[in-house]
Design a protein around this ligand. Structure first.
Ligand code: GAL
Length: 701
């Protein structure tokens, strides 16, 4: 059974095809070329596991892939996972689901790609639901039967015994399987992202602050709410409209409501003049009252959702109809992007809404395949539309899939658990996904502040007031704290933007789990996972799993506090760290205990880090507008980092229209620190006008 014919798909990436799988897959939808130069520049990797231990069994109904698993191996990834970070010992059913309330693996964005703590990754390219037994099934031929225990007398008996295999089950008679080399978990993730075209680079305004208004607001109400931000001095770049902007919604028309928005072009232009981008909510189900309904009808599935069509967007004709309508009605009048809602589906007992898995689509695809890839298809179409205009978009999507790293979309959810939302910041980073722990409402001012502090360090900083009508200043007693963090978000745009450029060019996730960090001994050496420990009694992960803190770029570590907490444990990777606000010095390579009042979220900065910061402007700088930059250096160590410099809005960077500016701090002969910025060249119009160094080396004095 072994003897699979592996071929190299790209440097450090291997592929095998066994049997026949459907030509419709995440990769066929995306059609992206790998970033070969960046892949070639990575450290060479050998095939990471014993190839003889990988087997594939194809039957007429399903394919079973078996892979080896070491005793102390943790498995991460599998898409946006809000309930668990390490899947070791669990069975994962990777179906798209908008209400993944149980810990089964179902999620808005299932990705059949896992990353091992031993520094490699495994992916299945498919349109089917995949089940992965992450060391949760024990084969009779494993030789582990000697480990049988007597529960009557042996207290170490476990409900889920240790297994030595991962089994992947795909419901079709064939598989396209990929293995990604390391040597570190981050390398495997980088290879995965680069293989799928690299990470997304949002426009600069996308990294500013976002606010979604209540669902039935008219043009004037939207403008009034937006101007309240300016009056109070709260930065805001994007205003999101919710369902009421459509002439009809649930199902939708994609056409403006004539009563509430009599002059859409004038409205969008007026908002732009005040520095606001407009983002439009929509879902995929087309109303009988939509202009494009008739044309889409023969190109749609056998079942409807809310009596709206479910178009088959694997068909170029269907894509064309959708894209042309969106182009004229929205993109050409200046709309900046979309929130692609409800492209997931739900089977909740009382509120079920989705076409069935047996639905038939004109292309021959069935409901299961369309549902698994629908979010990806719609993200791809809208991304292409903006690309055709040489304008970058940034938006939200409620479903995604594998091969999605290049898409400028951020996932979100109606499930509103703050801890789960923070875990999403970690889990999404293993799978080429971005996630926002959006803020809607709060139990009290404390809950509000804690949620706002976290969202300001996420890929998309947003209040979603569609139902609750909240505003950042809704809790007056904490308004100044909230403003401090939105201002900090704005100041950090050059840093965040450079981290995203690293995602785009090198595949490094801008926000990432600690298990991807060098110096995270526990992740690298697998120390926390002694599978015989009682933590694993039911196959769960260790209580000590670090899933509530994350890295932002290379230098900042964010350790959120939740409502009711004033202190917590923080795992600091090896090295010296400083508190970002108090400059307190900490030795890393251990877990520390920190406390912080409401006015502070614990953030740590690496010794020697250089953080570029701009003023807390009311909105992000536009193309051609240069801002003054402060370069903040922390601690006593010399340091280097890179600042990305381009127009911030177009795709010119894809054909060389960018500069990496090298920032460097050195120790001079007299022991003081001094910083330099590399030149960009006379012919370069920089996004930065001046550079001022600020040294935070209080500990040295
Ligand atoms: C939900 C979505 C919310 C909001 C609402 C509008 O599905 O998650 O954020 O947009 O629809 O009806």
């Amino acid at each position: 059974m072994a003897n699979l014919k592996w071929e190299q798909a790209a440097p450090g990436i291997w592929k095998v095809q066994e049997g026949e799988s459907s030509p419709l897959s995440a990769m066929s939808v995306m059609g992206k070329a790998p970033k070969s130069t960046a892949l070639e520049a990575m450290t060479a990797a050998a095939f990471p596991v014993d190839a003889n231990q990988i087997s594939v069994k194809v039957t007429p109904r399903q394919t079973i892939v078996t892979l080896p698993l070491e005793r102390e191996e943790s498995l991460y990834g599998l898409g946006l996972q809000l309930l668990k970070l390490n899947h070791r010992g669990r069975t994962r059913y990777l179906r798209v689901n908008s209400d993944p309330k149980q810990d089964t693996g179902e999620t808005h964005a299932p990705v059949p790609f896992y990353v091992s703590s031993r520094g490699y990754g495994v992916m299945v390219n498919t349109s089917r639901i995949v089940s992965i037994y992450c060391g949760s099934a024990v084969r009779a031929d494993s030789g582990l039967s000697g480990d049988a225990k007597d529960r009557n007398s042996d207290r170490t008996w476990k409900a889920t015994p240790v297994s030595d295999t991962v089994e992947i089950v795909i419901n079709e008679p064939g598989v396209e399987l990929f293995v990604f080399g390391g040597p570190t978990p981050l390398d495997a993730v980088r290879r995965y992202n680069l293989f799928h075209g690299g990470g997304a680079l949002p426009p600069k305004w996308g990294l500013g602050f976002w606010h979604r208004v209540p669902k039935s607001y008219s043009d004037q109400e939207v403008m009034n709410e937006a101007m309240a931000f300016r009056e109070r001095g709260f930065p805001c770049d994007v205003i999101g409209l919710e369902p009421g902007w459509h002439s009809k919604s649930y199902p939708v028309t994609y056409e403006w409501h004539k009563g509430k928005f009599p002059d859409p072009a004038g409205f969008v232009k007026g908002m732009a003049e005040q520095g606001f981008q407009i983002n439009l909510w929509e879902h995929p189900y087309v109303s009988p009252d939509a202009r494009i309904y008739e044309a889409l009808e023969p190109l749609s599935g056998s079942h409807t959702v809310w009596h709206g069509l479910v178009p088959d967007y694997t068909l170029p004709e269907a894509r064309d109809i959708y894209m042309k309508q969106h182009e004229t009605d929205h993109v050409d009048i200046g709309v900046s992007g979309y929130k692609l809602d409800e492209c997931d589906g739900s089977e909740l007992t009382r509120n079920s809404w989705i076409y069935p898995a047996h639905a038939q689509f004109p292309s021959g695809a069935d409901g299961e395949q369309i549902r698994q890839l629908y979010g990806l298809m719609i993200q791809k179409m809208t991304d292409e539309l903006y690309r055709s205009k040489n304008r970058r978009t940034y938006g939200l999507a409620r479903a995604s899939s594998s091969a999605a790293s290049s898409l400028p979309y951020v996932l979100y959810s109606d499930l509103y658990d703050h801890r789960q939302f923070v875990r999403g910041m970690c889990s999404s980073s293993f799978s080429g996904l971005l996630w926002t722990p959006e803020v809607r409402k709060a139990k009290n001012a404390e809950d509000w502040v804690r949620r706002m502090q976290v969202v300001c360090f996420s890929p998309l900083a947003m209040v979603n007031a569609w139902a609750d009508g909240t505003k950042p200043w809704s809790f007056p007693e904490v308004e100044t704290i909230v403003k401090k963090y939105i201002d900090l978000r704005m100041r950090l745009i050059p840093y965040l933007y450079s981290a995203f450029a690293q995602y785009c060019f090198e595949g490094v996730p801008p926000i990432r789990a600690m298990q991807l960090e060098a110096g995270s001994v526990r992740a690298a050496e697998g120390q926390e996972h002694t599978l015989d420990s009682t933590d694993f009694a039911y196959g769960g992960v260790s209580e000590t799993e670090v899933d509530d803190q994350f890295m932002v770029g290379d230098s900042l570590l964010v350790a959120p506090l939740f409502e009711g907490e004033s202190e917590r444990n923080v795992y600091l990777p090896a090295g010296v760290w400083y508190d970002f606000e108090t400059y307190e010095r900490w030795e890393g390579g251990r877990t520390i205990r920190v406390s912080a009042g409401l006015d502070r979220i614990p953030v740590f900065v690496k010794d020697g880090a250089i953080i570029p910061m701009m003023p807390a402007l009311q909105h992000a700088p536009k193309a051609g507008e240069a801002v003054e930059l402060e370069l903040h250096h922390y601690g006593t160590a010399p340091g280097r980092s890179q600042l990305f410099d381009d127009d911030g809005e177009s795709f010119a960077y894809e054909s060389g229209g960018y500069r990496w500016r090298n920032l460097e701090v050195k120790k001079t002969a007299d022991g003081t620190l001094s910083g330099t910025v590399s030149e960009a060249g006379d012919d370069w119009q920089s996004a930065y006008s001046t550079f001022t160094w600020v040294f935070h080396n209080l500990q040295a004095q």
